[in-house]
Design a protein around this ligand. Structure first.
Ligand SMILES: [Zn+2]
Length: 156
């Protein structure tokens, strides 16, 4: 007995054969258990595949939808994070800029302060010196006065 090739049986199972070929397969199936079992296996396999494929497909679709949603959320999150980071960086830059500005103001202020300190010190030293120089004459005055006190005594 010559069995139809596997592909012909498959096409018969999928109802894709031309009528003449289909009739030939039908005639063969009336007398061949082996090909009937094969067709039964096809049916079993198909129902298994269909039963498995349906949830598999939906799972895949779900996973794809979830993945897409996750991607979208991640992108939105990244965009949001990027926006927030940019805002924070801008804030930092503004603060830095303000600090730089105030620092730029502070440096001359510090310089001015130190300059005025130096001036004050110079003035203080100079006034001290003048005080000393004014004190020294006073002391010499005292000396002189004593000397003058003495001198008239000597002169006398
Ligand atoms: Zn057969």
């Amino acid at each position: 007995m010559k069995h139809p090739p596997f592909e012909i049986l498959q096409d018969y199972f999928e109802n894709a054969l031309a009528d003449s070929l289909e009739n030939r397969v039908k005639e063969h199936l009336l007398v061949c258990d082996q090909c009937n079992r094969m067709l039964a296996d096809f049916a079993v396999i198909e129902t298994k595949v269909l039963k498995r494929q349906a949830p598999d497909l939906s799972m895949q679709a779900q996973q794809r939808i979830f993945a897409d949603a996750k991607k979208m959320l991640a992108q939105r999150g990244q965009q949001k994070r990027a926006h927030v980071e940019r805002q924070e960086k801008l804030k930092e830059l503004v603060v830095e800029w303000q600090e730089k500005l105030s620092f730029d103001w502070r440096v001359p202020a510090l310089q001015f302060c130190s300059l005025s300190l130096v001036l004050a010190m110079v003035v203080a030293v100079e006034t001290n010196q003048t005080e000393e120089t004014t004190y020294q004459p006073i002391s010499t005055d005292v000396q002189v006065s004593t000397y003058q006190d003495v001198t008239p005594q000597e002169g006398e």
